[in-house]
Ligand binder design. Structure first.
Ligand code: G6P
Length: 369
């Protein structure tokens, strides 16, 4: 097992550090930034289905569901198609309104999650078009889908998903770009700009992971926390949910993720000098808003940790601790801003002496209800 871990202490850490490579694999043969081309066979073969779609429904569970939430923002922005994101377990039992003309995107690392599988079987019977975004080649969800795009992240052993998530985001971004371009809702210049941005992602992932020692230091301050609040807005709202999920899975610290502006409708009641609040606060359209959310927490003596963009001295001065990431287009920001939260959860889990690769009560793939 030591050899399989490639010299790392745990699969989770290895898989976090795999990400520059796993994302390069995900982009290989698809993105060509020299010629400014993007190919995604599964989407291209069904471009008319996507271009004519009245709506898209995304079904998934766990971390894959968080990737779906990011995709909602991406697809609505670039393609102007309404998107709903559903927990597969709710969708399958709810007798949802689905029929011909609807597109269902199923997102799954394993391709074997029972709830997601049954949800798409039902939707398929009702005439929907099923598109799988799956990591495990030849898995059940991949086989039952009408079309799909593999994430090519390689095998993921750690129970808590890391590299599969960023590969899902990459595929979903490419899908939104292709469909938006075909529909004409994404201008050529914007499309080209996003291609160039996407090509830089593996390198930016590497730069971010190189800050791991600093993140380990942050972890030392919070390893004994009892609760944690994760806040973000826009594209970084699902990252807040994912950060909270990762922390509770790995460290057993109770953590909640919330849209930052929504905190005043509840979670703000929890804030005192013992509550760490982690903001995903990279430079984007919501930046000024998130700054005032941070002020609201500081005014109530909460401890603030912030994921910030390089060069951001304003939040650096306000926060108790920061984790710094390179600047990136806001549509692709989750690919980078999630990385410090993965590492923070990992280091806190290790400091608490827990089995980070196999957290209690969790399974890598939930193939029963
Ligand atoms: C389990 C795993 C999670 C995963 C979820 C969905 O809960 O522990 O890491 O996100 O299942 O799995 P899938 O394979 O469908 O992405």
């Amino acid at each position: 097992a030591q050899i399989e871990k490639g010299g790392y202490d745990h699969f989770m850490l290895k898989e976090i550090f795999d990400q520059p490579d796993s994302l390069t694999d995900c982009l290989r043969g698809r993105l060509d930034s020299e010629n400014m081309t993007l190919t995604l066979a599964g989407v291209e073969q069904h471009l008319s289905v996507f271009s004519q779609a009245k709506r898209i429904v995304i079904v998934a569970c766990g971390t894959s569901w968080h990737a779906g939430l990011v995709a909602e923002y991406m697809i609505e922005t670039l393609c102007r198609i309404p998107v709903e994101v559903e927990y597969a377990s709710e969708f399958r039992y709810r007798n949802p309104v689905i029929g011909p003309g609807d597109i269902i995107i199923a997102i799954s690392q394993s391709g074997e999650t029972a709830d997601t599988l049954v949800a798409i079987e039902r939707a398929k019977e009702q005439g929907a078009f099923i598109f799988g975004v799956v990591n495990a080649v030849g898995s059940s969800i991949a086989r039952i889908s009408h079309a799909g795009a593999y994430t090519h992240a390689g095998p993921e052993i750690g129970v808590a998903s890391t590299k599969a998530f960023t590969a899902q985001l990459t595929v979903l971004a490419m899908m939104a770009m292709k469909i938006g371009k075909a529909k004409g809702t994404l201008a050529s210049a914007e499309y080209d700009r996003l291609i160039a941005e996407l090509a830089l992602i593996p390198e930016k992932v590497k730069t971010t992971l190189a800050t791991h020692e600093a993140i380990k230091e942050v972890a030392k301050h919070y390893a004994d926390a009892r609760d944690f609040l994760f806040l973000g807005r826009g594209y970084n709202f699902p990252v807040a949910l994912e950060g909270a999920l990762k922390l509770k899975e790995i460290s057993y610290i109770h953590a909640e993720g919330y849209p930052a502006a929504e905190m005043k409708h509840g979670p703000i009641a929890l804030v005192d000098e013992n509550l760490p609040v982690l903001f995903i606060a990279t430079k984007d359209a919501y930046y000024e808003k998130i700054v005032s959310n941070i002020q609201e927490i500081k005014a109530r003596k909460g401890m603030v940790i912030a994921v910030i963009s390089e060069g951001d001295t304003l939040i650096r001065d306000m926060a108790d601790h920061v984790m710094v990431v390179p600047e990136v287009d806001e549509l692709l920001a989750p690919l980078i801003s999630v990385l410090p939260t993965q590492l923070l959860s990992y280091y806190i889990g290790v400091l608490r002496g827990l089995d980070v690769d196999k957290p209690r009560n969790l399974a890598k793939s939930v193939t029963v209800e």
